[in-house]
Design a protein around this ligand. Structure first.
Ligand code: KIV
Ligand code: NA
Length: 264
């Protein structure tokens, strides 16, 4: 039996070898990613990346479950973390538990992630005390884009630091097994990482974090734009275009299907 990585195993990696993670939304890419990643996040970024939405606010629980199931089916070893979408947990700890439990039952994932610090601490505690491992997410929280006034790097102004530090600490104290730090200036990410006992998973938050995450499609070069913090490791967009273009040409000049593709 191949055992899956567990939330406590991720928590135990604090301060050790950096934790490797990426997002994935479907079975095929997840199977590739888990060869190298400790955990895979089925992020609500799928609304933008896979479904052409302008932000993550329109993502439903059903959509998260569809993609979560696909990723769990496509993998054997990695811990699968599924994002709780906007509107599925903020109202009360009870609502959050009901929706998190549904996500876990239907997808068989190993943990959920939700955005928010001090304001979500009670909810995180409610879930973790009832059997649901929670990954926190503080700093730039995309589901609050309308309150924050866009996707803005956090902590450029040192006056913001006490609140951002308090958020990460609240998540830690509430029992989360790790926390995503998104869009933070390096010195603040370093300070938070040094002050909390759970691993910090950075995205746009420097190499000072205990681990890193990126949106897979971004690092594969599938979009026509990616934020500054993304390193593009592959150029899949141009490769796909070249393949589709060649196919179109070969269909038109009847060189496809060729000898090898024909049943005689
Ligand atoms: O939805 C997502 O992909 C995320 C990561 C970028 C952390 O929340
Ligand atoms: Na997300």
């Amino acid at each position: 039996v191949i055992r899956r990585v567990t939330a406590p195993q991720i928590a135990a990696r604090k301060g050790g070898e950096p934790i490797v993670s990426l997002t994935s939304y479907h079975a095929h890419t997840a199977a590739i990613v888990e060869k190298y990643a400790d955990f895979i996040l089925v992020g609500d970024s799928l609304g933008m990346v896979m479904h052409g939405m302008e932000n993550t606010l329109g993502v439903s629980i059903e959509l998260m479950i569809v993609h979560g199931k696909a990723v769990v089916r496509g993998t054997k070893r990695a811990l699968i973390v599924v994002d709780m979408p906007f509107g599925s947990y903020e109202e009360s700890p009870e609502v959050a538990f009901r929706n998190a439990a549904r996500i876990m039952k239907e997808t068989q994932c190993g943990a959920v992630k939700l955005e928010g610090g001090v304001s979500m601490a009670e909810t995180i505690r409610f879930l973790t005390e009832r059997g649901i491992p929670v990954m926190g997410h503080t700093g730039l929280t995309p589901q609050s884009t309308h309150v924050m006034g866009g996707f803005k790097t956090q902590g450029r102004d040192e006056e913001q630091w006490p609140d951002l530090i308090a958020d990460a600490k609240a998540v830690e104290e509430a029992g989360a097994f790790a926390v995503v730090l998104e869009g933070l200036v390096e010195p603040l990410a370093r300070k938070i990482t040094g002050e909390i006992s759970i691993p910090t998973i950075g995205i746009g938050a420097s190499a000072a974090c205990d681990g890193q995450i990126l949106v897979l499609e971004d690092m594969l070069g599938l979009g026509d734009w990616a934020p500054k913090f993304v390193k593009v490791y592959g150029k899949l967009g141009p490769m796909i275009e070249e393949a589709v273009k060649t196919y179109a040409e070969e269909v038109k000049d009847r060189s496809f299907p060729g000898e090898d593709q024909v049943y005689r």
